[in-house]
Design a protein around this ligand. Structure first.
Ligand SMILES: *Cc1c(COP(=O)(O)O)cnc(C)c1O
Length: 418
């Protein structure tokens, strides 16, 4: 495995605040973390939060995201008890797929029903520390729901930009009730993100998309939880983690979690799980880049998939995520909407209700098992990113039809006998 897996452990630079600073992933230029608002380096590249020290598992205590505060840039402040999500067994699916073990890390069990809460508890905490008063994001839905809830919690104004007609009903309902101003843009998500970045650079609002490096710090805790729990139950870490990819924030965050654990000595390089990304066929620029061995993705202008949460043609975190997929020996695969719906039904059949984008992980695992990329001896964890109730229309369309019966018992019995 490449030395890409090592990070940090260095002397804090002058700009550091309590051993925390921001660093350009391309030039290595360093910046003060909390002195002003900054989303990109002077070179225009992505920033990463860096630490002088990285904790081992022994230094974690408590529950949920803030169990891992030793690996986070701010203290617990704006929280609604996010994290500590279940790692479900799925015996029938495990048999059907044919792997040594299969677990489902269900991030739909977070307070607003997606993993975005883990990013927001940290990101909104940083916003408070920076002293900003208006928060904003572009969203395929779940980011807006989480931002609205955490912004509300922190008593801040929130602004969300959504692609009109392309956001699932449950997510808009959440953003609306939690009190965000919802701006519907007559274009796709990538355009919403272009606009909100412009607004942020003009100082109109603090940006809380996954371009914001602090948000990804919170999302690292998915990786910490999976590793700790998996080792508790099987005595070893998983061989592979399969996850849906939209903006590739989670892929980048998991990779960072692994690198920091390697740096602290808590994880051996050869035990790092293979990061395996799954996209919908109609929105698969990461898969294209991985398959072609490209160093960068090419933006897809036209994207379409029923899995609206990953209907993204320009994954902003690709420069962090592609090296993660490569350095861990993982891969990326595209699945059809029909395969996504099949996987959503299979999970639901085991009692696990997820939205379409989430089911992409299981659909991708099935495909990689069929074509032999994933071996039968592997221990695999699939990430399911959002709850079934986020997208009630997709669930109803994938599920069975209600049957109409008369309003008396004899009539119902007769119907059941038919
Ligand atoms: C945001 C989201 C994704 C995409 O995650 P990235 O970190 O942007 O790749 C996938 N599924 C659901 C349900 C989401 O809300």
């Amino acid at each position: 495995m490449s030395s890409d897996l090592t990070v940090g452990g260095e002397e804090p630079p002058e700009v550091a605040d309590d051993g925390v600073w921001l660093e350009c992933i391309e030039t290595g230029e360093q910046y003060a973390p909390f002195e002003g608002v900054r989303y990109r380096s002077d070179a225009g590249a992505l920033l990463e939060v860096r630490y002088a020290e990285h904790p081992t598992f022994e230094e974690f205590s408590g529950e949920g995201v803030w169990r891992y505060d030793a690996a986070l840039p701010v203290e617990r402040e704006v929280t609604i008890d996010e994290g500590a999500t279940p790692l479900y067994e799925v015996p029938r699916l495990e048999d059907e797929v044919g792997v040594e073990s299969l677990r489902i890390k269900h991030e739909g069990m977070n307070p607003t029903g997606s993993f975005k809460d883990r990013g927001m508890t940290v990101g909104v905490g940083v916003a408070r520390r920076l002293g900003v008063d208006r928060l904003a994001c572009a969203s395929t839905g779940n980011t807006s729901a989480a931002l609205a809830a955490y912004g509300g919690r922190a008593g801040m104004e929130t602004l969300v930009l959504l692609p009109a007609g392309k956001v699932a009903a449950g997510k808009i309902a959440q953003a609306s009730l939690h009190g965000a101003r919802i701006l519907e843009v007559d274009d796709n998500f990538d355009t919403c993100l272009d606009i909100v970045q412009d607004l942020a650079s003009r100082g109109e609002a603090y940006l809380l998309n996954s371009l914001n490096p602090f948000r990804l710090e919170g999302q690292k805790t998915i990786g910490f939880e999976i590793l700790e729990r998996h080792r508790e139950e099987y005595g070893e870490f998983p061989d592979r983690i399969v996850l849906p990819v939209g903006n590739a924030g989670n892929t980048a965050a998991l990779y960072k979690a692994f690198r920091e654990l390697v740096a602290s000595g808590a994880l051996d390089e050869e035990d790092v799980p293979k990061l395996t990304g799954v996209q919908a066929e109609g929105a698969a620029p990461m898969v294209e880049a991985v398959e072609n061995g490209w160093d960068e993705i090419e933006r897809w202008e036209d994207v379409e998939t029923r899995a609206t949460a990953i209907r993204i043609g320009n994954p902003v975190n690709a420069p962090k995520a592609l090296p993660g997929i490569r350095a861990t020996g993982g891969t990326a695969v595209a699945v059809s909407d029909a395969e996504i719906t099949d996987a959503q039904r299979a999970l639901a059949g085991e009692g696990i209700g997820v939205e379409p984008a989430s089911a992409a992980s299981v659909a991708g695992l099935r495909k990689l098992r069929e074509n032999g990329v994933v071996g039968s001896d592997e221990r695999v964890v699939c990430l399911t990113t959002g709850h079934l109730l986020k997208d009630p229309d997709a669930a109803a369309a994938a599920g069975v039809e209600p049957e109409s019966v008369p309003g008396e018992t004899e009539g119902v019995l007769k119907h059941l006998d038919e």
